[in-house]
Design a binder for this molecule. Structure first.
Ligand SMILES: Cc1cc2nc3c(=O)[nH]c(=O)nc-3n(C[C@H](O)[C@H](O)[C@H](O)COP(=O)(O)OP(=O)(O)OC[C@H]3O[C@@H](n4cnc5c(N)ncnc54)[C@H](O)[C@@H]3O)c2cc1C
Length: 253
């Protein structure tokens, strides 16, 4: 009998449980990471997310989904990297009110389609817009923890240099020249490194990303806002990539 580990792990852990904020780390000018210690640690796969639930004193509840940025190998504490949105109910709470020691509720891991493991191999293409890079950080950290040489090309679009989430960690991964490569574009800022771009993702940039790989990708993952995902997924198809190997995660709006 074949056991589906993803759904087995998800089934076991998808109940609400308390989680304590044990650290808060600035990851960019608009994103802070919240390191959470769940009461009951759970196994997860790179690419999965957590649902966070906040309950006010009057019983009002709000819940949102956040990708897990840590790798499965990182231990019991999970990292959620949350972008502050103007007027954002839940992101506003995290940025303006949440403190180390606070307890929230989470349900995790969630999601079975947007996952990658080194066992799946490569080459893979990752295309992220803004906070859409967060699940890819989990995949890259997992790849590094496993010392995998699976070819991975990340096309990362951010508004500006200061808004680049995990900037130093991603650049360090690029410097290792171990099969991971990066195509970076800043849509509202000037380029600071040779070879980076200063425009929205287009066919030439997707072709450049594909050219970083030794062969055709086995999987492509696209994550970000709805319009970003639409545009990038269509760009991949225009480049001859089969929709069958393109997986998308939409953050909304
Ligand atoms: C599977 C999944 C994973 C996600 N992972 C992350 C993550 O890792 N990091 C992260 O920061 N967010 C992530 N999101 C988005 C997150 O769930 C919330 O939608 C986001 O934090 C906004 O919630 P809010 O309560 O702050 O804003 P709301 O009060 O819901 O909305 C406030 C304003 O922001 C606009 N808005 C809402 N959502 C977005 C958005 N995604 N982009 C731009 N504008 C928006 C609304 O239209 C409104 O004008 C993820 C979403 C999904 C579905």
């Amino acid at each position: 009998m074949t056991i589906n580990l993803t759904s087995a792990a998800s089934r076991k852990a998808t109940v609400w449980q308390p989680a304590t904020i044990v650290d808060i780390v600035a990851r960019s000018s608009r994103v802070k990471s919240y390191l959470l210690k769940p009461e009951k640690p759970f196994a997860y796969q790179a690419g999965q997310h957590a649902t966070v639930r906040l309950t006010a004193e009057d019983g009002y509840r709000a819940q949102r989904n956040y990708s897990i940025a840590t790798a499965p190998e990182d231990g019991d504490i999970i990292e959620l990297a949350i972008e502050k949105l103007d007027g954002g109910e839940v992101s506003g709470f995290f940025h303006d009110t949440a403190m180390v020691g606070d307890e929230i509720e989470i349900k995790a891991p969630i999601g079975g389609h947007f996952i990658w493991s080194v066992k799946d191999g490569g080459p893979i293409v990752l295309i992220g817009g803004g906070s859409g890079v967060v699940p890819f950080m989990s995949m890259l950290r997992h790849r590094a923890a496993q010392r995998s040489a699976a070819p991975v090309a990340l096309l990362y679009s951010s508004r500006s240099w200061d808004e680049l989430i995990f900037r130093d960690e991603i650049f360090a991964a690029q410097q290792r020249h171990d099969g991971f490569d990066l195509v970076l574009t800043l849509t509202r800022d000037k380029v600071r490194r040779q070879g980076d771009h200063d425009r929205r993702i287009d066919a030439a940039m997707i072709a450049e990303t594909l050219s970083k790989l030794p062969g055709q990708p086995a999987q492509c993952f696209v994550c970000g806002s709805n319009p970003f995902v639409e545009m990038a997924a269509h760009g991949l198809m225009d480049a001859g990539i089969s929709p069958k190997i393109v997986r998308t995660e939409r953050y909304g709006v």
